[in-house]
Ligand binder design. Structure first.
Ligand code: NAP
Length: 302
């Protein structure tokens, strides 16, 4: 079958269409005919070798599709079901058929398009888990560093829904977007700490970083209680600064909760670009620019 991935670890020049066998579902796995697949920064990090997976390998960590077969002992799903979820080992999704982890898979309601559902496990799932970990009370102020990206726009919406005040640090191009979802936009770069303090005169109770590096180091200055500083973009640095990564809850329950919010209009996954699989390179380049807006998705089989 047709798939897209990389030949060996390295830059975009290693990306290629691959002809690979249809995988066999094992325990806790489903085989799905892929309708849509999410594109994430983790895909180019995987290609570069950050997760220790050498090529050739198929990219793609989340998909929506139709169940074709169930692994031994899998219950709760049947052939023909429309589902979405995360791929085992966070690989293999950009293909005509892919494995999905049954315990990190949920049914897709008719009202939620495959492209929207495929964008949920990584971004909305991470946003959900970060907010649960922070456990902020309504009225608290959360700073989101990188508020206009895939995870950022989900966390802004879920935080507002939980009654939080949200300072959304983003490039000027995304300020209207942050505002539309109820956050107060602040531009990053020189002077950002002063701008955050002006936007949140009562202080910032917690920060969730999606940018890493110097941007994280700078933003950490506004968080007095470092147990309330989280980052999924730079785990070594956030640990050095006294904060933490996000403990992911890769479960069906979380996916069912977030897709329910999408179904009722309470959460917009904000899919801004849908590319056919033939344009996987363009899709990944957009995300690798680190300035994509919302979510980029591949449409695989109609
Ligand atoms: N471990 C996990 O479970 C997990 C899960 C999901 C994501 N992640 C990681 O989390 C990060 C974000 O993921 P994503 O999908 O949201 O990526 P994304 O869609 O590419 O968004 C990244 C955002 O960072 C912003 N940004 C760039 N430079 C910045 C700076 N100096 N200060 C503040 N913001 C800046 C960009 O905004 P502008 O366009 O406005 O510049 C962009 O919106 C990635 O590193 C990803 O690998 C980890």
């Amino acid at each position: 079958m047709l798939a897209y991935g990389f030949r060996e670890n390295g830059g975009p020049e290693q990306q290629a269409f691959l002809d690979v066998p249809v995988p066999e579902p094992g325990r806790d796995e489903l085989l799905v005919r892929v309708r849509a697949a999410g594109v994430n920064p983790g895909d180019w990090r995987l290609r570069e070798g950050a997760y220790g997976i050498a090529g050739p390998a198929v990219l793609g960590r989340e998909v929506a599709g139709t169940v074709v077969a169930l692994g031994p002992g899998v219950t709760g799903f049947a052939a023909g079901d429309e589902v979405f979820g995360g791929c085992p080992g966070m690989v293999g999704g950009w293909a005509e058929q892919a494995l999905v982890t049954a315990s990190f898979c949920a049914h897709r309601p008719d009202a939620v398009a495959p492209e929207a559902a495929a964008a949920l496990p990584v971004a909305a799932g991470t946003a959900h888990d970060a907010l649960r970990q922070l456990g902020l009370a309504p009225g608290a102020t959360l700073l989101v560093n990188g508020a206009g990206g895939g995870v950022g726009i989900a966390v802004v919406q879920l935080a507002r829904r939980a009654g939080l005040e949200v300072i959304g640090v983003a490039g000027p191009r995304k300020h209207d977007l942050v505002r539309r979802f109820g956050g107060t936009p602040v531009a990053y770069g020189e002077g950002v700490v002063d701008r955050v303090r002006a936007a949140a005169p009562g202080g910032v109770d917690a920060a969730f970083d999606l940018a890493g590096g110097d941007a994280l180091r700078t933003i950490a200055e506004v968080v007095d209680d470092r147990s309330r500083l989280l980052s999924v973009a730079d785990r070594p640095l956030v640990a050095e600064l006294g904060g933490a990564g996000v403990d992911r809850d890769r479960s069906t329950a979380v996916l069912a909760e977030v897709v329910g919010l999408v179904e009722t209009g309470a959460l917009d996954p904000h899919v801004t670009r849908v590319h056919p699989l033939a344009e996987a390179a363009d899709a990944l380049a957009e995300v690798e620019s680190r300035h994509a807006e919302g979510k980029v998705v591949l449409a695989v089989v109609a």
